[in-house]
Design a protein around this ligand. Structure first.
Ligand code: ATP
Length: 485
């Protein structure tokens, strides 16, 4: 086989032998290569090895140049991820995006359920696509803006199950020029846009599942105050008090007299009498967001303080069922913080409500079914400025509820006009015993008669009889006596 390695051995090879042909080509390449100047190869390798360094240098220079341009020619404002303003800007951008977006975030579409993780387990859901972007150039009111989202591993909101697809990362808005005024005007426009969008809704914020930040938990359509039935005079007094508190002059009056600008309310009464509904209705009436504080899930006093620090000044803070958290220290067996094991303490709460470092300007609403069990320090004036009793339904409220349920404006299938509905309402209410049933129980009755006011009016007497029998059988708790503080 020596002929295979012989340069001049073509005559001794089979003519079309591919093996020997391949070897020939390799030999050819080798001889040509061996003729190359080694210094040339060296320079080639040297040049190739500088490419990554040059690339890094170019990148660095680009960044420096961009930073320099930003410093000299761009004015910018950065909005932190958790701030409500962040969402307003992102919402504006999404609403004004080009129709030909090609980059999306895909995620499972969940209904208005608050527990996304639980909802995910239950059923198949459609996929929802949101426009996705990192840097966006915008033209607004004669200025070019560049909006950049800062994605980092810590604020990886896209992987957070409670993330609702809008906002979440720090964003920086920049525009060409020496002044940040155009950026501020743009941010203001975004805020107004978001406010207009939200005016028919109450945004309810809750702590995220890690307890690290406030997240919008639900967007509830505004509940009109007329739909929460309780003593009219008390309602007017309550509304007047809140209106007066929120008046811009009131803040100045408080401050000029060195009084803390805070207002606290306690809604008390049996379960199902509208304490939570009233809180949401108040937030809607005054255009405020509602922040839900769940004391049992707060880790420590420091966490509670942090939570309150992050709540904006103009909003409703709702502490529900406060009696289930701490009971009166004087009436508890242990004699200290009540008989419930808690992570954060009552004094921690008292501190954030009106301690030295507590924030001013918000409305704190506490709700309870057992006001008599509350620690007196918690409900003393300054922490609770007004106590509102919500009790069982009166005949007058039952009449109003009937009219609300069957108002001709609601498209009820009945052909009755308003006058006839009112007559039926009087007849209906005369069968409802005064201060006997909770409004939620009566609402349950209406839920079975929504199609026909006539049926509702004719069936109420039998329903009342049945419910009263149930009461005597102690099937449910009937609260007939008003427990006023
Ligand atoms: N006063 C009321 N007027 C109109 N609807 C009411 C009233 N009270 C209760 N309801 C209805 O009953 C249901 C329960 O009300 P809500 O949760 O506000 O009561 P609650 O007093 O907060 O109860 P709990 O003490 O158990 O939390 C709601 O659907 C609400 O519409």
């Amino acid at each position: 086989m020596a002929y295979l390695f012989h340069a001049g051995g073509a005559a001794s090879q089979p003519l079309l032998d591919p093996w020997s042909h391949g070897i020939g080509v390799m030999k050819d390449v080798f001889f040509r290569w061996s003729e190359l100047d080694l210094t040339q190869i060296g320079s080639f390798v040297a040049i190739a090895s500088t490419v990554p360094t040059a690339w890094r240098f170019l990148q660095h220079t680009g960044r420096e140049l961009y930073g320099w341009i930003r410093q000299c020619f761009l004015a910018s404002v950065t909005i932190p991820g958790g701030d409500p303003l962040n969402r307003s800007v992102v919402k504006w951008i999404l609403a004004n995006r080009s129709r030909h977006s090609r980059s999306f975030t895909g995620r499972t579409k969940i209904g208005p359920s608050s527990d996304r993780a639980a909802a995910l387990k239950k059923t198949q859901h459609p996929t929802q696509y949101c426009s996705h972007w990192h840097t966006r150039w915008l033209w607004y009111c004669g200025n070019i803006f560049v909006v950049t989202r800062a994605f980092d591993s810590f604020s990886s909101s896209l992987s957070d199950p409670s993330y609702d697809g809008v906002g979440g990362e720090d964003i920086t808005i920049s525009c060409f020029g020496w002044s940040a005024e155009p950026v501020k005007r743009f941010i203001e426009a975004c805020r107004e846009y978001a406010d207009r969008q939200a005016q028919f809704f109450v945004i309810i914020y809750a702590r995220d599942r890690y307890g690290l930040a406030w997240q919008p938990k639900a967007r509830k359509p505004i509940r009109l105050l007329e739909t929460v039935h309780f003593d009219k005079e008390v309602k007017q007094e309550l509304l007047g008090d809140i209106r007066n508190y929120l008046d811009s002059k009131t803040q100045l009056r408080y401050q000029s007299r060195s009084m803390p600008y805070r207002r606290g309310y306690l809604f008390y009464g049996p379960p199902g009498t509208g304490k939570s509904s009233l809180s949401v209705a108040i937030a809607g009436e005054f255009g405020l967001d509602l922040y839900e504080v769940k004391i049992p899930s707060v880790g420590t006093d420091a966490d509670l303080e942090q939570m309150f620090q992050e709540i904006p000044p103009r909003c409703v803070v709702l502490l529900e069922d406060i009696d289930a958290v701490w009971v009166d220290r004087s009436s508890s067996d242990s004699g200290s913080e009540g008989n419930h094991v808690q992570n954060c303490t009552l004094s921690g709460l008292l501190n954030v409500l009106d301690g030295v470092g507590s924030q001013e300007g918000r409305i704190v609403i506490m709700t309870t079914n057992h006001p008599e069990q509350l620690d007196s320090a918690l409900i003393r004036p300054g922490r609770v400025d007004m106590k509102v009793y919500l009790g069982n339904i009166s005949q007058k409220s039952a009449e109003e509820m009937f009219i609300r349920m069957f108002s001709p404006d609601l498209g009820c299938t009945s052909r009755l006009d308003m006058e006839q509905i009112q007559e039926l309402a009087v007849q209906f209410a005369s069968n409802v015993p005064e201060d006997t049933f909770t409004p939620s129980l009566l609402q349950g009755f209406f839920q079975h008669h929504l199609e026909s006011p006539e049926n509702a009016a004719s069936n109420i007497a039998a329903w009342v009889k049945k419910e009263l029998v149930k009461t005597s059988d102690k099937d449910f708790e009937l609260i007939t006596s008003k427990r006023k503080l």
